[in-house]
Ligand binder design. Structure first.
Ligand SMILES: *Cc1c(COP(=O)(O)O)cnc(C)c1O
Length: 309
């Protein structure tokens, strides 16, 4: 598989940015991982890379994975399958709604077979007997967990750190499953400091998941990281006016789009930490733009409703 032909890692530049009302005593850079492919963007590429190589190695023809109807991971996997020569199956949480939303339309157009399962069935996605049922039903597939998070995903996400060519104190990422942050922490290998911003309510549970992923991947315990669990704006894909106004203001200041589900919440969190002097003067903070801009389309009705009220 010729990744370089499709994924332009060099385009993921480190770009300085400003935050409203924050002076220049702290240096902020955004690592533009959203740039290297229009569909397989950001952390979803990082997490897929070694899984694609492993699937090839195992001679698997089909990738099977799980996600919600707006999932960036479903979107990226469909595109990656098409480009790199795999069939794809997406197990989608909930009923089919027609017309399909933009995410699932794209997935389908890229050849993904969409299989809808009830929410209660979807909840079993990590159970061993359920996984066995999946193999029985779909045959010799290469199974990728929800959000793409497994140990090979950590290996890919760790490379984000290698690709940063400046010194820094802090590196920040939005967290869904926490796989990306875990990979980043592994990549740091005890140096610098990582801050994760869970986008789900009650994100503290991620701390143990991330520690476990790190133990499994590196055999080590790391202490140079923590989670900021107060920036979920009410829960997954929940938004408020403050967040949306901040995202627009950030784009006006810096010319960089953020999505309201992941990177917008992370950046709002970084902004709030900066306002509260939580970064020492003279420090350098890197925010990882994990991509996911396709998700904006699906959030538009919610955003319009909120802003017109
Ligand atoms: C999926 C996703 C995340 C969350 O990544 P995890 O590895 O599951 O924590 C963060 N940002 C964006 C844009 C995503 O699409």
């Amino acid at each position: 598989m010729k990744f370089e032909k499709h994924i332009d890692l060099k385009s993921a530049v480190l770009q300085p940015f400003r935050l409203p009302g924050i002076d220049e005593s702290i240096k902020f850079y955004i690592k533009r991982e959203d740039k290297f492919h229009p569909a397989i963007s950001g952390n979803k590429w990082r997490k897929l890379k070694y899984n694609l190589l492993e699937a090839k190695e195992q001679n698997k023809k089909t990738l099977l994975t799980f996600g919600g109807a707006y999932s960036n991971h479903i979107y990226a996997t469909a595109s990656a399958g098409k480009i790199f020569g795999f069939e794809t199956i997406g197990i989608i949480r909930g009923e089919e709604h027609l017309p399909l939303n933009p995410t699932l339309t794209f997935a389908k157009e890229n050849g993904m077979k969409l299989v809808y399962v009830s929410r209660s069935e979807y909840r079993r996605r990590y159970d061993e007997d359920y996984i066995q049922e999946i193999y029985n039903e779909f045959g010799n597939v290469y199974l990728i967990p929800e959000g793409g998070t497994n140990l090979l995903a950590l290996k890919g996400a760790a490379e984000i750190v290698n690709d940063i060519d400046t010194g820094f104190n802090y590196i920040c990422s939005a967290c869904g499953t926490g796989g990306t942050l875990a990979g980043i922490i592994a990549g740091l290998n005890g140096k610098n400091y990582a801050i994760g911003f869970p986008v789900l309510k009650g994100g503290a549970f991620l701390k143990e998941n991330i520690s476990q992923l790190l133990r499994d991947f590196t055999g080590k315990e790391y202490f140079n990281w923590h989670l900021e669990t107060n920036y979920h704006t009410g829960g997954y894909a929940k938004i408020n006016r403050e967040l949306i106004e901040f995202i627009f203001e950030f784009e006006n200041l810096n010319g960089v789009k953020l999505d309201p589900v992941y990177t917008g919440k992370m950046m709002y969190g970084i902004y709030d930490l900066a306002l509260n002097n939580r970064f020492e003067k003279g420090s350098t903070v890197i925010a990882v733009h994990t991509g996911g801009l396709q998700g904006i389309e699906g959030m538009k009705p919610k955003i319009e409703k909120l802003m017109n009220n």
